[in-house]
Write a protein that binds this ligand. Structure first.
Ligand code: FAD
Ligand code: UDP
Length: 373
């Protein structure tokens, strides 16, 4: 009787916001709630010193899909930022991703043939036919020298476990190329929204009712009674009261610092690949938008275990957790009026463009053109 909405959307991150925008466009009435005090989920930015500071870590938009690129460009213009992180290892700086600049800095080799012969010799000596984990995958892609210098310790800090205990796909995110090209991504389209990510999310949600600082689980039956259907973008294991056990996530701690200088490190992202630095990377936010402010804001990013007091960020898609996930997905498949989506509800290491694609797919599955309430 008091069903007031077609959709209750739990979470105002990119998944929830895209879904809400599409549903609203189709004439559906939506309520979006979020337990944080702001919308946007992990793409949220805060303005410090006139700089858009990525509150939850560096966010660079990239996609190979023209459809997704056109979609996101409805909500903002994008600048021409290209991500080219540096890596600090044993006191020296190197270019990422692994490319001819890195190989020249490492070995003094100038031609692709010279670089190939070093890497191929190392790869052949490791001899993994079917790499079963991140370590084996890295050794069979880039060889032992690069693995030890850039991957082994960074990965241990980032994930809190050895690379041999992590899924192989994680390292395939990084390109390896034999050209002098420091672009971290191979995708055709890349950039940062001019004016920041909040602009994008605010535009998606502009005609939609939004309640911030509301946790679905604090008043579950009330929220469930409000709408015909629920779109859930929080943790799938929490939705089912952890009945099959907890899925593990990696959390992060961000230390933002304002420095009264024009430029701190000359680049947006510097990775710290050794165990001597406790953080994994330092982000200098003004460089995402080519800022010329007088001061600068940097963020040291530390990876930590997830607990009740801190946010889940990265799903740990190892065998043990994937087994538990399967059991939750069986329950989810039986739901007729709950849609699960996004990094936490699908428990997938999604980038923004993949979250948008997933939200558009689930929105189109609703077949709004074919039914009315
Ligand atoms: P989220 O953004 O996590 O949103 C979920 C929302 O649901 C949150 O706001 C949360 O508060 C809310 N919520 C959860 N539970 C409840 C509840 N019970 N009640 C109410 N609200 C709830 N992607 C890229 O494409 N490029 C990058 O460079 C990039 N860098 C990244 C760097 C870091 C450090 C991290 C962590 C991620 C990065 N990503 C990047 C990935 C990107 O952040 C995600 O793909 C995307 O933001 C996920 O959107 P989402 O809606 O699934 O989840
Ligand atoms: N990685 C690494 N050294 C680096 C950069 C990345 O070992 O300098 C590994 C690490 O395991 C990391 C993964 O590659 O988790 C994916 O890196 P990416 O930069 O895509 O991580 P994200 O930005 O998603 O945290």
């Amino acid at each position: 009787a008091n069903v007031k909405y077609d959709y209750l959307i739990v979470g105002s991150g990119l998944f929830g916001s895209v879904f809400a925008y599409e549903a609203n466009k189709a004439g559906k009435k939506c309520l979006v709630i979020d337990r944080r005090s702001h919308s946007g989920g992990n793409v949220h930015c805060q303005n410090l010193e006139g700089i858009n500071v990525h509150s939850y870590g560096a966010h660079i938009f990239h996609t190979d899909s023209l459809q997704i690129w056109n979609y996101i460009n409805q909500f903002a213009d994008f600048n021409h930022y290209i991500n080219s992180p540096l890596a600090l290892s044993e006191g020296n700086l190197y270019n990422l991703p692994f490319n001819m600049n890195t190989f020249y800095q490492l070995w003094g080799v100038k031609t692709p043939a010279e670089a190939r012969s070093i890497i191929e010799a190392e790869v052949n000596s490791s001899n993994f036919k079917n790499p079963a984990n991140l370590e084996e995958q890295a050794l069979s892609l880039v060889g032992e020298s690069i693995y030890k210098k850039f991957i082994q310790h960074y990965t241990k800090k980032q994930w809190g476990r050895d690379a041999s205990c992590l899924p192989a796909f994680i390292i395939k995110r990084l390109p390896l190329r034999y050209t002098y090209n420091n672009n971290y991504f191979n995708d055709r389209y890349q950039g940062i929204p001019i004016g920041g990510y909040n602009l994008v999310v605010n535009k998606m949600l502009q005609n939609i009712e939004l309640r911030l600082s509301h946790d679905f689980f604090k008043d579950r039956s009330f929220f469930e009674s409000l709408a015909e259907k629920i779109v859930f973008t929080g943790k799938i294991d929490e939705f089912y009261q952890y009945q099959y056990g907890k899925l593990e996530y990696r959390s992060l701690k961000f230390e933002h610092e304002i420095h009264d200088i024009h430029d701190y490190q000359g680049n947006a992202v510097v990775n710290y690949c050794d165990l001597t630095a406790a953080f994994t990377r330092i982000i200098e936010h003004k460089h995402f938008e080519f800022g010329s402010q007088k001061s600068t804001v940097i963020t040291k990013e530390y990876a930590i275990n997830e607990s009740l007091n801190n946010e889940p960020y990265y799903p740990i898609n190892d065998t043990k957790n994937m087994k538990i996930l399967k059991r939750y997905q069986c329950l989810a498949d039986k739901e007729s009026n709950v849609i699960f989506g996004g990094r936490l509800a699908e428990y997938r290491y999604y980038d923004m463009h993949q979250v948008i694609a997933s939200a558009l797919k689930k929105a189109s599955d609703e077949q709004w053109n074919n039914f009315t309430r």
